[in-house]
Design a protein around this ligand. Structure first.
Ligand SMILES: Cc1ncc(C[n+]2csc(CCOP(=O)(O)OP(=O)(O)O)c2C)c(N)n1
Ligand code: SF4
Ligand SMILES: [Mg+2]
Length: 291
C-alpha cells in the first residue's frame, strides 16, 4: 500500500514561524549556545509564551547573572539586564519594586542560582516578589567548561571530580517550597510544548513563580542529565495532585529519581508591592493621627 507523504519545505515552515509572531521577541543577536543545548527550547518557550500572552516587548525585563543561561537577555528584543554572578534576584526585585507594571523574568543557571547566589532565593520567595524565576538546570557549570554544580548527580565525573562527584545534590523544588514560593513547577527542555505552557502559567501568576527547567548540557555532560536519560526518567505529575497541598507537593519533589513535570504548588497571597503599599498607608494614617 502506498502511504501518502506530505513533504515539508523549509520556506513553508519559515512562513509558518514568521506568521506566528513570536520571532518579534527575538533580537538580531543569534544565540551563541552549542547546537542541541536545551536552552534553545527555553528561549523558544519564553518568546512563544510572551507572544501568546500579548505582552509588549517594552513591558518585559529579563534579568540574568553569569553563565551560559545568563546570555539569554542578549537574544531577546525586550529590556534586559546582564548582572553579576549570582545577583539575578536582588536586581530583578529592584526592577519590579521600581515599576510594578513591568513583567520581570529572572533567569539563572543551577550554579549561578544555588552556589554563589543561593542566599538570595529564600528572601525573594518569602517576600513574594511578583516576578518569574526560570531556573535552567543542566547540573553543571556550562560556561566555565564543565565543573560540578550544586545540582550535579552523585558519581558524575567532571573536570573537578575526576573520580566522581561525592556530594549530595541540592533539591531545588523542596527548597523553594519550603522558602514560601507561591508558585512552584517543573518542566523539561525535551518537552517543548509543555515547557511553553508552563512558562506562560508562571508569568501569569501574580507573585513569585519558580519554574525548574531540566535542560541538558550536550557539550559537557554525556552521561547523566542527557536527553536520552531524561526522556526515560521524567513523568507527568499524578492527575489527582492538588496544587494547593504543600505536603503533597513536598512528597512529589522528594522523588528525584523520576522528576515529575507540572505545577506542584500554588498559593494566592500579598506580593511585596502589595505589602509596601500597605506599609505606606499605615505610615500615612499614623502621620495623620499624630498631626
Ligand atoms: C564572582 C565569580 N565567580 C566565578 C565566576 C566563574 N563562573 C562563570 S559562570 C559560572 C558558573 C555557571 O554555571 P551555571 O550557573 O550552572 O550556568 P550554565 O553555564 O550551566 O548555564 C562560574 C563559576 C564568575 N564569573 N564570577
Ligand atoms: S556549554 Fe552546555 S549549557 Fe553552555 S551552551 Fe553549550 S550545551 Fe548549553
Ligand atoms: Mg548549569
Amino acid at each position: 500500500m502506498d502511504i501518502p507523504v506530505k513533504p515539508v519545505y523549509l520556506e513553508e515552515k519559515l512562513e509558518q514561524v514568521r506568521a506566528d509572531g513570536h520571532l518579534g521577541y527575538r533580537s538580531k543577536a543569534l544565540p551563541t549556545w552549542c547546537p542541541g543545548c536545551g536552552y534553545f527550547s527555553i528561549s523558544e518557550g519564553v518568546t512563544a509564551a510572551l507572544n501568546g500572552l500579548g505582552i509588549p516587548n517594552k513591558d518585559v525585563v529579563l534579568v540574568s547573572g553569569i553563565g551560559c543561561a545568563s546570555r539569554f537577555p542578549f537574544f531577546l528584543s525586550t529590556y534586559g539586564f546582564h548582572t553579576l554572578h549570582g545577583r539575578t534576584l536582588p536586581v530583578a526585585t529592584g526592577v519590579k519594586t521600581a515599576n510594578k507594571d513591568l513583567t520581570v523574568i529572572a533567569v539563572a543557571g543551577d550554579g549561578d542560582a544555588f552556589a554563589i547566589g543561593g542566599g538570595h532565593i529564600p528572601h525573594a520567595a518569602r517576600r513574594n516578589v511578583d516576578l518569574t524565576f526560570l531556573l535552567f538546570d543542566n547540573g553543571i557549570y556550562g560556561l566555565t567548561k564543565g565543573q560540578t554544580s550544586p545540582t550535579s548527580t552523585m558519581g558524575f565525573k567532571t573536570t573537578t571530580t575526576p573520580f566522581g562527584n561525592r556530594d549530595v545534590a541540592l533539591n531545588p523544588l523542596m527548597m523553594l517550597l519550603s522558602y514560601g514560593a507561591s508558585w512552584v513547577g517543573q518542566a523539561y527542555a525535551g518537552h517543548p510544548g509543555h515547557l511553553k505552557e508552563m512558562i506562560a502559567r508562571a508569568i501569569r501568576h501574580r507573585g513569585f513563580s519558580y519554574l525548574h527547567i531540566l535542560s541538558p548540557c550536550v557539550t559537557f555532560d554525556k552521561t547523566t542529565k542527557t536527553y536520552a536519560n531524561l526522556d526515560i526518567l521524567v513523568r507527568d505529575l499524578p492527575e489527582d495532585h492538588n496544587y494547593n497541598d504543600l505536603m503533597a507537593a513536598m512528597a512529589l519533589a522528594a522523588d528525584t529519581g523520576h522528576p515529575a513535570l507540572g505545577l506542584y504548588y500554588r498559593q494566592d497571597r500579598m506580593t511585596l508591592s502589595d505589602t509596601m503599599d500597605a506599609v505606606i498607608d499605615d505610615a500615612q494614617q499614623a502621620g495623620s493621627a499624630a498631626a
